[in-house]
Write a protein that binds this ligand. Sequence first.
Ligand code: GUN
Length: 293
Amino acid sequence: MILLDGKVISEQMKAEIAQEVENIKKQGGKIPHLAAILVGHDGGSETYVGNKEKSCNQVGFRSTVLRFEDTITEVQLLEEINKLNNNPEIDGFIVQMPLPKHISEQKVTEAIDPKKDVDGFHPLNIGRMTIGMPAYISATPDGIIELLRRYKIETLGKHCVVLGRSNIVGRPISNLLSLKGYPGDCTVTVCHSRTKNIPEITRTADILIVALGQAEYVTADMVKEGAVVIDVGINRIKSDKTKSGWKLLGDVKFDEVAPKCSYITPVPGGVGLLTIISLLKNTLKATKKEIYG
Ligand code: GUN
């Protein structure tokens, strides 16, 4: 069994991005600049945005955080987005989700210029990705693709089973893996809450991607010997064995599943660590105008 190590790959990729920024600086090019809009004071969102700023600093990007109280109206937020769309200093930006209930996340997502949509949430980017056109790909599916690439995992003709059909993980990754060329050419089955006989299906998976948000859902009897297992779940569970009183569990029962696998991601330390790298990669692409020219 080989561990798909998100820490090793993310450090490697950060170093590569930092090197590219150095080269840009030497050539007098534009330093990538990522902006984030943060509305309100949600603890999780504060942490995510803080980590994004820290990662930007580590690779030599500029970063700006625009903070607004949760009393901001939808119209005002859309105006702020428009300002960023038209600000040539900003290469790419994100609006941290979730947003207060009185603001439509869909409207906000669609208001972002697709050329600056480094989260890859705009329907144009999703549509382009689905038909294999250059597009910003959102962080989690892109992180999974990077792991497959960096560990040179064969995908051609493999049966890939995806558990979960969310717009941000299950659906995009199932699309990407069925596209022509590496790392794609898979036969993909998407399972969800209405699927019958899930264990019967997962047992036929050469590659099993689990993005359900249910702690330790996948057990050893559901996995074929030699399968590649990618666990996207991050579930915070109460524990009296840790100092913090919490522990993080994946959607896969790691201890019993790992011995059966050819490759498996740990939680924490797997796909999660790569998501921020995807955002940095997309910002670099935005600066270099790689996607839309
Ligand atoms: N909230 C949780 N994850 C994300 C993300 O990747 N992007 C944005 N914009 N909001 C989030």
